[in-house]
Design a protein around this ligand. Structure first.
Ligand code: GDP
Length: 415
């Protein structure tokens, strides 16, 4: 169709924009600021190799953007870890800019031991949160760049059975960090009935493992048409998709993107044939703002507060996780010892001072006592001398009569 967003996107990239694309009409166009700044949307693509991820990216962007890996021989160099590759395209329509970034994760599930395939992906998502957090903590917040992953398209192999342990593990590890959108890869290899049953199995598995895939909210204030459209999109999850970057000819001569089979053609952009159009609609037209809001308000916010809590706990315990934790601890210990030493010296000084004060006080009171003692002694000596003098006078002068002596207060035995 002519108003196909993705065809138009590749057209813009080729600088030949024709007609109506759709994202300029995003439901939240009231967000004037983001309209002016331009939209920035980041999608991550995860799944085992061979499931058609590169083909989907090419289908989304147009073949010029992604090396056409699908048709080439697998390269000799086998990477040992999951790689993270990111690809961006700037799209402009009617003065509205959209920067779309696709984060690819080649290598996921390709190793003998895939137990930790989810890990580099989780780390990448968290690193993007950290980068955003770091910007938020800056004084100048004017030039914030949002590289957070707003949606993660997870490719499920078209086995027709149920989720693999790898699928469950990945989704369980990631569901609180990113908006998970599961898709059934290469759905043209399954019949309509098989797809229906497989979808139900997948949803049952997801519920059983308590995995939270992206749930689009329904707003009561939306008009009936929007509500119906959203309901229709949500009802297709997990989207059964078909990718192809090749055009094939239909019996009526029209050329469409699709896959040709002896029994006919599966058209990529035909809603009757697969859910690719619904996935694209959800990402770019109906739920882009909502996916971004949920990433910011719920997923990022939870990550941020968890991070702050751990940092707070670390501060309380004065644990320093720096370059060399051992050296840091040793340094801490030395500092602590020096502090104790200083305290001890200070205490000794104070003690000595107190002792000196006490000693001085004691000495003073001793001196006082001594002085008083001397005073008393002197007074007694004086009295004694006076008495002696009196006695001499009495002995040399008139004898004193006992009566007189009594009168004067003397008492002695008058023999
Ligand atoms: P990736 O390793 O996940 O990136 O997968 P590719 O995109 O390289 O695709 C691997 C092979 O699957 C290629 O030969 C593609 O042509 C083919 N392929 C891609 N998408 C589909 C699809 O929807 N249906 C079918 N039947 N084959 C597909």
């Amino acid at each position: 169709s002519t108003c196909d967003p993705w065809t138009a996107i590749s057209a813009v990239i080729r600088k030949k924009l024709q007609g109506y694309v759709g994202f300029a009409n995003l439901p939240n166009q009231v967000h004037r600021k983001s309209v002016k700044k331009g939209f920035h949307f980041t999608v991550m693509i995860v799944g085992e190799s061979g499931l058609g991820k590169s083909t989907l990216v090419n289908t989304l962007f147009g073949t010029t953007l992604y090396p056409n890996k699908g048709e080439t021989e697998p390269s000799d160099e086998t990477p040992k870890t999951v790689e993270i590759q990111s690809l961006s395209a700037d799209i402009e329509e009617n003065g509205v800019k959209l920067r779309l970034t696709v984060v690819d994760t080649p290598g996921f599930g390709d190793f003998v031991n895939n137990e930790e395939s989810w890990k580099p992906i989780l780390e990448n998502i968290e690193a993007r949160f950290d980068a955003y957090l770091e910007q938020e903590n800056r004084v100048n917040r004017r030039k914030m760049v949002d590289n957070r992953v707003h949606a993660c398209i997870y490719f499920i192999a078209p086995t027709g059975h149920s989720l693999k342990p790898l699928d469950v593990e990945f989704m369980r590890r990631l569901h609180t960090k990113v908006n998970l959108i599961p898709v059934i890869a290469k759905s043209d290899t399954l019949t309509e009935d098989e797809i229906k049953q497989f979808k139900q199995r997948i949803l049952d598995d997801i519920a059983y493992h308590k995995i939270q895939i992206y749930q689009a909210p329904q707003y009561e204030y939306d008009d009936q048409e929007t509500l119906a459209e959203n309901r229709e999109i949500i009802s297709k999850i997990p989207f059964a998709i078909v990718g192809s970057d090749k055009e094939v000819e239909l019996p009526d001569g029209r050329r469409v993107r699709g896959r040709k089979y002896p029994w006919g053609v599966i058209e990529v952009d035909n809603e009757e044939h697969n859910d690719f159009v619904k996935l694209r609609q959800m990402l770019i037209r109906t739920h882009m703002e909502e996916l971004k809001e949920h990433t910011n308000d719920v997923l990022y916010e939870n990550y941020r507060s968890e991070k702050l809590v751990t940092m707070g706990v670390q501060q309380d315990q004065t644990v320093f996780k720096e370059v060399n934790p051992l050296a840091k601890m040793e340094e801490e210990r030395a500092l602590h010892e020096a502090k104790l030493q200083k305290m001890e010296t200070e205490m000794k000084m104070v003690f000595q001072q107190k002792v000196q004060e006490k000693e001085a006080k004691l000495k003073q009171s001793e001196e006082e006592l001594y002085a008083r003692h001397k005073e008393m002694k002197d007074a007694l000596e004086k009295q004694r001398l006076e008495l002696e003098e009196k006695k001499r006078r009495l002995e040399s002068g008139r004898p004193i009569t006992p009566e007189k002596a009594k009168k004067k207060g003397f008492s002695f035995n008058n023999k």
